[in-house]
Design a protein around this ligand. Structure first.
Ligand code: MZP
Length: 499
């Protein structure tokens, strides 16, 4: 028996100290691009994502619709493996069926058109159109984006949603004469352009081009799709049927795979990695986990894991600690594993990214996890709250909630993940419950990203590696916890009738 000297600590138990913020620390300069799969130190990872967020390998979380929505924000989803191989492969193929990329579309508007006409032409159907004069001059007013209802894979034909949109534009532009639509090769997927100059509302235009300008987002987009302009998507696998599941998922186009297990420190994971390596060489990337200490990291890194997933017992729906007494506070686990990852990189010249999985209760926990050594973050509860997740929305006691259940719950019966030595689960390791509904992923992830960028700026960094290298963290006392939550009740306007 051995007892470690350190106390097991959670992410709530740390705060960051600010570093000097310099003039180059602006949101536009902060780059959250992060490696997903192993690579040689000093070289880029073959697979990177622009936003360090991935969705949990869970039935209640990751559907094709969520995968497309998340990829559009720069992250990546993992389609769950607790379903038959054909249906999982079909889910992956559905995501890969959506083509991303950029389309430059131009509306040439008649000389008599006013800004009012242009707005009428584009509102409600054209995304990311802005007006600038032919000669580049503008009168100094700015028009924000004219957005469309979000594209939903479930509502639109997978073949070409953008064509639908373009047709809608075309229909509208027939009204004022002499308007033509030309759209070149690429599709516009980004949601927010910096505002661009347009004319004052009543100005008469000599000639106007409504132009989609994506240049400033090129880098972001490039990270969100691999060379064929398809959205990136990952898929879970298990150590029971991997010999059949892996080929099906590879054929369906999965970009990365991840062994889905609550405890990854096992020979079964090494054998699964060996199978993939023998069959595909380095072409197929497989993450492994979950682990909570240096020994387990080293075992999986040596076995060829593309990345290692960290976290046992911290998931919001997880009862592994209560049922089996297994686990470790997420902060302590990350600190230990990140040290091992850095030592491994120094010794072998190979960097194996870490994914922090589960136990993140607030947005700021993401920043703490990234500072402690995570390269990207896997979230279940966070994504289960959104419209795009596949779980049901329900109203209970006047509150809008979404169902959220653990893979170790009786509802999921994820036997491959919660292997207890048979073909059924003898006891539950997860709960079946609800989380507060939180609207659209497309609207919320950018707010989370803005918070992350703000943290980096306060810490004087414009990239995640620089943030991690320079981060100074301080453990938080019980007393500080109490002070943070004290005294002020948030105003509920509906209840506030005055004295
Ligand atoms: P969270 O983001 O909801 O806190 O945690 C999500 C993570 O919890 C998943 O990625 C997975 O590792 C883990 N999980 C999923 N189901 C269970 C369970 O039923 C679980 N115990 O622990």
């Amino acid at each position: 028996m051995k007892i470690l000297p350190e106390v097991s600590r959670t992410l709530s138990e740390y705060l960051l100290l600010p570093n000097l913020t310099t003039e180059d620390c602006t949101p536009a300069n902060v780059d959250l691009t992060t490696p997903v799969v192993r690579h040689r130190v000093g070289e880029p990872s073959p697979i990177r994502i622009a936003t360090p967020l991935v969705s949990a390998i869970m039935e209640a979380v990751s559907s094709p619709r969520l995968a497309v929505a998340l990829a559009r924000t720069g992250g990546m989803a993992f389609i769950h493996q607790n379903q038959d191989i054909a249906s999982q492969a079909a889910d992956v193929a559905a995501v890969k069926g959506h083509k991303a990329g950029f389309r430059r579309a131009e509306l040439h508007v008649a000389p008599t058109a006013t800004l009012g006409d242009i707005t009428a032409l584009t509102r409600g159907c054209a995304q990311d159109f802005v007006a600038v004069t032919d000669d580049g001059t503008a009168e100094g007013r700015f028009l924000g984006l004219i957005t469309v209802d979000d594209f939903h894979p479930d509502r639109h034909a997978p073949t070409d949603p953008v064509t639908t949109r373009m047709r809608a534009v075309e229909d509208l532009v027939t009204a004022p004469a002499a308007v033509s639509l030309s759209d070149a090769n690429e599709t516009i997927w980004h949601h927010r352009l910096d505002v661009l100059p347009v004319l004052t509302p009543h100005a008469r235009l000599a000639s106007v081009v409504l132009r989609a300008d994506y240049e400033s987002h090129t880098r972001f987009r490039h990270e969100s799709v691999d060379a064929d302009k398809r959205f990136r998507v990952g898929a879970g696998i298990n150590t029971r049927d991997h010999t059949d599941r892996v080929p099906a998922l590879v054929d369906a186009g999965a970009d990365v795979l991840c062994i889905d297990s609550s405890d990854g420190y096992s020979v079964y994971q090494a054998k699964t990695l060996e199978f993939v390596r023998d069959k595909y060489g380095a072409d197929v990337h497989v993450g492994a986990g979950n682990v909570v200490d240096a020994r387990a990291f080293r075992y999986l890194a040596d076995a060829g894991a593309a990345w290692v997933k960290v976290g046992i017992g911290g998931g919001s729906i997880c009862t592994t600690r209560e049922t089996k007494g297994i686990g470790r506070g997420q902060a302590s686990a990350l600190i230990d594993v990140a040290r091992a990852r850095d030592a491994y990189a120094q010794e072998t010249g190979v960097y194996v990214p870490l994914c922090c999985d589960g136990g993140l209760l607030t947005d700021y926990h993401m920043a703490i996890a990234l500072a402690l050594g995570a390269d990207f973050i896997m979230l279940g509860r966070y994504f289960a709250r959104f419209d795009e997740s596949p779980n049901r929305r329900v109203r209970i006691g006047g509150r809008l909630l979404k169902e959220y259940w653990g893979e170790g719950s009786a509802r999921a019966r994820n036997i491959a993940r919660y292997e207890q030595g048979g073909d059924d689960i003898a006891f539950e390791e997860g709960v079946d419950g609800y989380v507060p509904y939180a609207g659209s992923l497309q609207q919320t992830v950018p707010i989370t990203v803005a918070k992350l960028k703000a943290t980096l700026i306060s810490c004087g960094s414009t990239s995640l590696p620089a943030f991690r290298d320079s981060a100074i963290l301080v453990p938080v006392s019980e007393q500080s916890h109490r002070q943070t939550g004290a005294e002020v009740m948030v105003r509920d306007h509906s209840q506030d009738a005055g004295e």
